[in-house]
Ligand binder design. Sequence first.
Ligand SMILES: Cc1cc2nc3c(=O)[nH]c(=O)nc-3n(C[C@H](O)[C@H](O)[C@H](O)COP(=O)(O)O)c2cc1C
Length: 377
Amino acid sequence: MNKLISNISGWKYRHLVKPILFHYPPDDIHELFLSVGKVLGRCRLMRWLFAAMWRYDDPMLEQTVVGLRFRNPVGLSAGFDYRADLVNVLPSLGFGFHSIGTLTNGSYAGNPRPMMQRLPKSRSLLVNKGFKNDGVATTLARLQTVPPLGAIRGVSIGSTNQVYPDFEAMVEDVVSGFQTAESCSLFDYYELNISCPNLRNLENLKEQLASPSGLTKLLTRLQSLGLRRPVFIKLPLERSEDEMRLLLDAARPFDFITGLILSNLAKDRLNPAFHPDEIARAGVGNFSGKPTQARSNALLRYVYRHYHNRFILIGVGGVFSAEDAYMKILYGASLVQLITGMIYMGPQEIGAINAGLVALLKRDGYASVSEAVGTRA
Ligand SMILES: Cc1cc2nc3c(=O)[nH]c(=O)nc-3n(C[C@H](O)[C@H](O)[C@H](O)COP(=O)(O)O)c2cc1C
């Protein structure tokens, strides 16, 4: 019955709702989605209705990872819910976890509009937000008023898109963000975002957070905070295996880093996954969706093979279906995240991915997600 409702919802979203939404600028639709999601999430009846129609639960999907109990492995990736507007509604849509942010120590109004552009033939979004957000303190004060509703919550923190006098000032700014976040109790893990390709104001700095020496400096400072929750590092996409190894060897000695997220947005416009007309017309920014999939999967496999005894991995990039999520799990991801797949396929897709995962696990003889992790790395 649930499958039928989900199929009908998906058809309606793709053929009736999406054509209307895609008629308007993506920046406006994103804001609309956040406002509507916030209002609907406050209503118990709506939450019940969404859960009854779309959410899919199964013990095969449950896992304890980094000491946290995940209802299922599918999460909302950082960047969509940057004001913590959706914390009420996301669990009823079927997400097992979600990431709030990326937040920065100070607030940032965002880069000049348009901050997003659609590339429907490439199944991608062009993103140029530069961490639009209200700052850690304001956003987490808002979160403090919303009790958790069964899904695990993460908070992503990064550096602000401002001109810092030097690298040390940037490190201290990120550290201050974490220090402020520590006083909020209503979330479960951190993401340390060292990989946003939209922060153009940082290009003047000789040192970068995503270099081995820069990362060591940042992690040394963060270590001194004695953070109470697990930390995942969100990694850049377009790094060679050797570059990734050097970066991860820098992170390895820091015990408070429990996991890695692979990966952030794509910069490379020569990527064959782009439709030529769309990439020729694309403005300023970097890309999500299908063009990130092949590279993020290859990195995930590489990192799992070499670091699975040390780090828990979250796979993100181009997940539009259960098969896409399953591939990441087989390559080594304990958890997966997505944004673009939900925008193109509809919110009912989260439950459909979870239902599809159970079917794929059964087909291949696995008793649970954890059993399948890394079996094809
Ligand atoms: C609109 C938008 C905003 C994003 N903002 C952030 C962000 O603030 N922090 C971050 O770590 N990643 C951000 N990302 C990257 C996503 O978290 C994710 O890594 C990437 O989009 C690949 O996943 P997808 O193909 O499922 O969208 C953003 C992506 C999108 C589409």
